[in-house]
Write a protein that binds this ligand. Structure first.
Ligand SMILES: C[S@@+](CC[C@H](N)C(=O)[O-])C[C@H]1O[C@@H](n2cnc3c(N)ncnc32)[C@H](O)[C@@H]1O
Length: 244
């Protein structure tokens, strides 16, 4: 599979740090009492992997990451911590291509579900229906837009490292039923002057709450919102499971 993050990996991980400041408490709460092992789908550089390891004490974490660039960050983050080094297994590849444990306590899919087309999503719901342990759950977020509409150019991230400032910009345009194309620009400014610029585009499949509910129901699952509304977090559990 092509590495859609090859040119942006160096910026994506630090720019996701602020998002995880808000996500960490809500994801921790959503995972309270979940059994292991836990799969981190599209773990990126591992902000979420670290949160999962703290939220589910002692569990094995399988961090699935297809991008070699982001996986390098993930490996470094996991190796740096003696705790994570012993518990996190990094699986190179896409979720539907790697070998996972036969039974799963939790599956965390943060900032990633739009990378899966409807067939890919169906495969994920099937996997949850077949492998989730009692009391197990998936935690995912739905990111706007919920429909295949245009998103005007917006600055979504900014940070400074040394004498350089980095800005992340994004805009999206409709690209067919249920699909948009994101166009991202990462600008580097050296002492205030433009220095470098990386442009990246990728497909993103939109999903709204009604469709999420309907899709998972076909696999004996139930989706319910969790955490502060602005985070767009959802819990997916077995329909008959009332503990989560
Ligand atoms: C926006 S990043 C989010 C990273 C991380 N989950 C976070 O929130 O910090 C999206 C991630 O999904 C990964 N990804 C894309 N397609 C994937 C697939 N088929 N299976 C697993 N991960 C995938 C990307 O490589 C990237 O790391």
């Amino acid at each position: 599979m092509t590495d859609e993050y090859e040119r942006s990996a160096e910026f994506v991980d630090p720019m996701l740090a602020a998002a995880w400041t808000a996500l960490a408490p809500a994801v921790t709460e959503a995972l309270r009492g979940a059994p292991g092992p836990v799969v981190d789908v599209g773990a990126g550089g591992g902000h979420g992997t670290r949160v999962i390891a703290q939220a589910v004490p002692g569990c094995d974490v399988y961090a699935v990451e297809p991008s070699a660039g982001l996986r390098a960050v993930l490996m470094a983050r996991a190796y740096e911590s003696p705790e994570l080094r012993g518990r996190v297994t990094v699986l190179p590849g896409g979720l539907l291509d790697v070998t996972l444990p036969p039974r799963l306590g939790a599956v965390v899919a943060m900032n990633v579900i739009g990378h899966f087309d409807p067939g890919g999503r169906r495969a994920i719901w099937r996997l949850l229906g077949e492998r989730l342990l009692p009391g197990g759950r998936a935690v995912l977020n739905l990111q706007p837009p919920a429909q295949a509409t245009a998103v005007p150019r917006t600055r979504f991230g900014e940070l400074r490292v040394g004498h350089r400032r980095y800005e992340g910009w994004g805009r999206a345009e409709p690209a067919g039923p249920g699909r948009i194309t994101w166009h991202m620009t990462y600008r580097t400014l050296a002492d205030g002057a433009p220095a470098e610029q990386a442009e990246v585009s990728y497909a993103w499949w939109v999903l709204d709450r009604d469709r999420l509910r309907a899709e998972v129901a076909e696999h004996g699952l139930r989706a319910s919102p969790t955490g502060p509304g602005e985070l767009g977090l959802w819990l997916v559990t077995r329909a008959e499971d009332v503990t989560a």
